[in-house]
Write a protein that binds this ligand. Structure first.
Ligand SMILES: Cc1ncc(COP(=O)(O)O)c(C=O)c1O
Length: 422
């Protein structure tokens, strides 16, 4: 199937007389005839559902669709993008370990990495995109377990150099994890560019309607855990799950099995069946929406580029953008709906510009059908120090625009009217 068909029909194959639409299994638990059948399921979670913290038919169908769209071999849906990122890391790293992360990432993830994970004994060593290989080499040791980056950095709208960073992760034998939230599998497929693990905040484009917070971790099945001295815990019995050896039980899907058995089971933060139902419904139009978001955003970026009240614009679809060449290498069919713009006159004019918009609303959200706007330095990223903001690529004049799927003439008119008031 092509991606547009996968979005609509995906993993749900109704049989004779079944519901046409993926049913909502709003149930915590599932019935079995014999104790033996249930005991068997505890040995092998792959063959049925026990309890909705661990798996659920509605959630599983959604997971399968997203894995399909990304070209992965398994997925685990979570309560939020943040919990998905947390589980993605915990599955490979424990106290005393460290991971590498690009510094140009979403502020919440930056805070998780700089403040919360270190409290659990996992240190995160930040890599700025302009660091040399030699500078990165100094950061790696035998307890380094992952390299993390975002396809399109939120909110600096920088494009990830997949070729360079996948080469670096391979050199050290560590998985390359990519947050593909802002590109979606419609525009970029990170597994085709060397990623081993993909994370999404499904709260954004995948749901697309700003109705459900959610996340997902996807296993590319393309990382060799066995024989790698950094990952002996994938190849030795896990006493917390009656001696399961993940590479034997899960095969190529060892990572996502370990994530579910060790962390979803013990911590929870699963996606609720109702959120999976709604998010799946939203994802049916993902391809259509990404086409329109991209088309609208390009038209807006082109207008902004020429506007006298605008200092700079960052959008990889613009020919003059620093990331245009990189974008052309990895993106297919558009460059998404996210634009970063510097308004002349700094923070004060940025605030005035945002307040004078009518159609575009000021919200702490991005990537849904409705156009919106935010000033990251004073909101989503306000917990960061001045240096952290620089490392994340955020200036005080940066305004983040999330261009929706409304008629582009109305979006442009609203932005032009607001700029005219400055
Ligand atoms: C790129 C990216 N990753 C992860 C997250 C966190 O996701 P959530 O808000 O669903 O926890 C966000 C939230 O804005 C994000 O933009």
């Amino acid at each position: 199937m092509k991606k547009g068909t996968e979005c609509v029909q995906g993993s749900y194959n109704p049989k004779n007389g079944d519901a046409r639409v993926l049913p909502l299994y709003q149930s915590t638990t599932f019935v079995y005839d014999t104790a033996e059948q249930l005991a068997f399921l505890f040995d092998s979670l792959k063959s049925g559902h026990i309890y909705s913290r661990i798996s659920n038919p509605t959630v599983a169908a959604f997971e399968e669709k997203i894995a399909m769209l990304e070209g992965g071999i398994g997925a685990m849906a979570c309560a939020s993008g943040m919990s998905a990122t947390m589980f993605a890391v915990l599955t490979v790293a424990t106290a005393g370990d460290n991971i590498l992360s690009l510094s140009t990432i979403y502020g919440g993830t930056y805070n998780l990495f700089s403040t919360t994970l270190p409290k659990l004994g996992i240190n995160v060593r930040f890599v700025t995109p302009d660091m040399t290989d030699e500078q990165i080499d100094v950061l790696v040791d035998d307890r380094t377990k992952m390299l993390f980056g975002e396809t399109i950095a939120n909110p600096s709208i920088q494009v990830l150099d997949f070729e360079r960073f996948s080469k670096i992760s391979k050199k050290y034998g560590i998985p390359f994890a990519v947050d593909n939230t802002l590109a979606t599998p419609i525009l970029v497929r990170p597994f085709e560019h060397g990623a081993n693990i993909i994370i999404h905040s499904t709260t954004k484009y995948i749901d697309g309607h700003a109705s459900c917070v959610g996340g997902v971790v996807i296993d590319g099945g393309n990382f060799k855990w066995e024989g790698n001295p950094r990952f002996t815990d994938f190849c030795t019995p896990d006493p917390s799950y009656h001696g399961t050896i993940y590479i034997e039980e899960g095969g190529a899907a060892a990572y996502i099995l370990k994530a579910r058995m060790q962390f979803m089971r013990d911590i929870g933060a699963n996606m609720s069946p109702f959120n999976a139902y709604l998010t799946n419904l939203g994802s049916e139009t993902l391809e259509l929406r990404m086409e329109r978001h991209s088309k609208n955003a390009l038209a807006v970026a082109k207008m902004l580029e020429k506007h006298p009240k605008v200092e700079w614009v960052r959008y990889p679809g613009l020919e003059n953008d620093k990331y245009h060449e990189m974008g052309q290498k990895y993106f297919k069919g558009g460059f998404s709906g996210m634009i970063a713009v510097g308004i002349k006159g700094g923070k004060e004019n940025a605030a005035k510009f945002m307040e004078n918009l009518k159609l575009l609303k000021i919200v702490t959200h991005i990537a849904d059908t409705r156009s919106c706007v935010l000033h990251p330095a004073t909101t989503t990223h306000r917990q960061l120090s001045d240096q952290d903001l620089i490392d994340c690529g955020i200036s005080s004049s940066l305004v983040r625009l999330s261009i929706g799927i409304e008629d582009v003439d109305d979006i442009i008119a609203d932005i032009e009217n607001s700029l005219a008031t400055l």
